[in-house]
Design a protein. Sequence first.
Lengths: 255, 245
Amino acid sequence: MIEVTNVEKSFGDAHILKGISTTFEKGKTSLVIGQSGSGKTVFLKCLLGLFTPESGTISYDGKIYSQLSDDEKRNLRAKMGMVFQGSALFDSMTIAENVMFPLRMFTKQSKSEMEDRVNFVLNRVNLTDAHHKMPSEASGGMQKRVAIARAIVNKPMYLFCDEPNSGLDPKTAIVIDNLIQEITDEYNITTVINSHDMNSVMEIGEKIVFLKDGYKAWEGSKETIFKTDNEVVTDFVYSSELFKKVRKMYIEENE
Amino acid sequence: MQYLHNIGTYFLMIAEMFRKPTKWSVMRTLILKDIDDLIIGSLGIVAFISFFVGGVVTIQTALNISNPLIPKYLVGFATRQSVILEFAPTFISIIMAGKVGSFITSSIGTMRVTEQIDALEVMGINALNYLVFPKFIALMLYPFVISIAMFLGVIGGMAACVYGGFSTLEDYITGVQTDFIPFHIVYAFIKTIVFAFLLATIPSFYGFYMKGGALEVGKASTTSFVWTSVMIILLNYILTQMLLS
């Protein structure tokens, strides 16, 4: 479980995160949503320890990150998996080498053990014959799946995804969303996803945190987001005609 | 103020580069890859430039010696001194600042832009040790490149001298052997090691701490070339003053 308490972050005069508090539970897929520039990526980078908040605390299963020693922070980070927006695969390595990388860095497994594990996770993300391809030879959807495989190969306790289905077609995006959801359930990990894709919200949003201009404007689930009267949320969620119709149908069905 | 900040960050980067070392089995692969990219991959251009620059130095020296009292073997002597003291260590290093330096800045900068460095840091890896340290170790073989440059410079001078008809082979070889001071080789290699350190660290600094996108990668490569060259020229002067005067 990740507990965030009153986190503030600024860059120069720009006050990006303004007192955010929330909790991300183990075994659940949580989404942080909001418009571009709302502070989602900065928030995620604070969770990852890439940015240090000016005030407030972030604790991982009771351990406050800022109070850990450098070695403890390093060990904690080794338990985190991250899927970056652009996949961030190492372009000098093949797909199999990318996935094997965390194992080579942090375990003492033999080569055959590592290869078995790589084969297992690549099968898990439905990539059975891409081992020897370079990342540049893979499609966007494949790269995302490789990034997920790399993130889970070392059995992480926390999985973070920054806009995992940006740039993907709707069908592939749903496949990626479902894959993340399945992995979260299967490994019982704490998953936090940054997104502004409402399809993702409806697919996997067990918990949703809505950010607006650096504030936490709303918190709920995919079931409650349709019922909320919070104008800030409804302005964002029902900005498209499709979702206006979906909401109307939902209300009619439930009356 | 920004310059002071950059200088401070540069020295902190160097200190951080030696901390939290990467697993040796991984580091060994990285070092071998960087030796291939930075050292072996530079041999062709270095050999080509050294050979022809040696030839040009010889021709210009020969053409400027019009006094019949000056012995012909001086052409070989002047070529050896110019090549060993300046052309091989300094001139080649400035060319390497363009070739190797741009490669280092753009490859690390692209990793920054595509979040690959963030991916390393999220995994708990010391990205500076992982990326910069192998380049630093690989470039410790840079004196090997410069020795080849020295040798080919003198050979190029010999070819130009003999085939250009400026003096005989015997005169040239006599000149090359005349008044040889072994410390000049030591001086040249001390400079080379210092330049190798600059070639590994300044381009890495500009790549690692760059911000922005593809355009900024190009700008960072240019800036890194300019500052690596400036520092090579400056330290060349300081080391020459310290070691030879």
